[in-house]
Write a protein that binds this ligand. Structure first.
Ligand SMILES: [Zn+2]
Length: 248
């Protein structure tokens, strides 16, 4: 591409982020925007279609630029992706309405994953703020809401890919069978006698150690669950090794 004309600003995306551009801009990886004296680095990056949650350092003329700086006409903004893995806020994860399958997977791995099927956008932003959670979503517009404290655009059309992306992006330590997949409550060991009348006869005969959800009362035990968790972790590791920037 030729250089910027003096009254434009160019937002140049790292290859990792180019899928976020409109298709006609993707191969070049650049988005040329008219110069606006009031536009900050952050505004310009978002105007190119990239939520700031996905952005690491932005380099202008060889130096890292703060998001509230107003670039000069002719500036080229080189946008790099957010560093992986990122820390998870103390409150854990909050998942957008469409990511219920991913929420259950994260819970199965013992990760705190709040999710409801009826939360609207303002409620999600309010909950992320109140509970210090990072919002996981596939809705870019939601990530561009100013009030949102932390968010991440989840890649992947299916739950396997989404889980692999989240495990790659965030520094998490799975603790399988510590959290209820149904309600996200914490599990505590439960004596067999306390849960015996809730069990199928086969389970009662063959299983000795149980956990129970402190919130909804659901009973858990190793066995079928453990095999499934191992399979999920192995699959996530395999998918992670082959993760590519998504094709939209
Ligand atoms: Zn529960």
């Amino acid at each position: 591409m030729s250089g910027p004309v003096p009254h434009d600003v160019v937002v140049r995306l790292d290859p990792e982020l180019r899928w976020l551009l409109a298709p006609r801009f993707r191969s070049a990886g650049d988005r040329r925007l008219p110069f606006d004296p009031d536009a900050t680095v952050g505004h310009l990056v978002q105007a190119a279609g990239v939520p700031l949650t996905e952005v690491g350092p932005v380099v202008v003329a060889g130096a890292q630029a703060a998001l509230d700086v107003r670039p000069a006409p002719g500036a080229v903004l080189e946008v790099r992706p957010v560093d992986r893995p990122q820390p998870v806020p103390t409150g854990g994860f909050l998942l957008d309405v469409g990511l219920g399958g991913l929420a259950r997977r994260l819970r199965l791995l013992g990760l705190d994953a709040a999710w409801r099927n009826d939360a609207d956008d303002p409620e999600l932003v309010a909950q992320a703020t109140a509970e210090d959670r990072v919002l996981l979503t596939q809705d870019r517009g939601l990530l561009m809401r100013r009030a949102l404290p932390a968010g991440a655009l989840v890649r992947g059309g299916g739950t396997d890919e989404q889980l692999a992306d989240v495990l790659d992006r965030f520094a998490v330590v799975p603790a399988p069978l510590t959290r209820c997949t149904t309600c996200n409550g914490e599990l505590r060991p439960a004596p067999k006698a306390a849960v015996a009348d809730l069990l199928e006869p086969g389970t009662r005969r063959t299983v000795e150690e149980f956990s129970r959800c402190t919130r909804c009362g659901q009973v858990y035990w190793r066995g079928a669950h453990a095999t499934r968790i191992d399979a999920i972790l192995q699959q996530a590791a395999g998918t992670r090794a082959t993760l590519q920037p998504p094709v939209v």
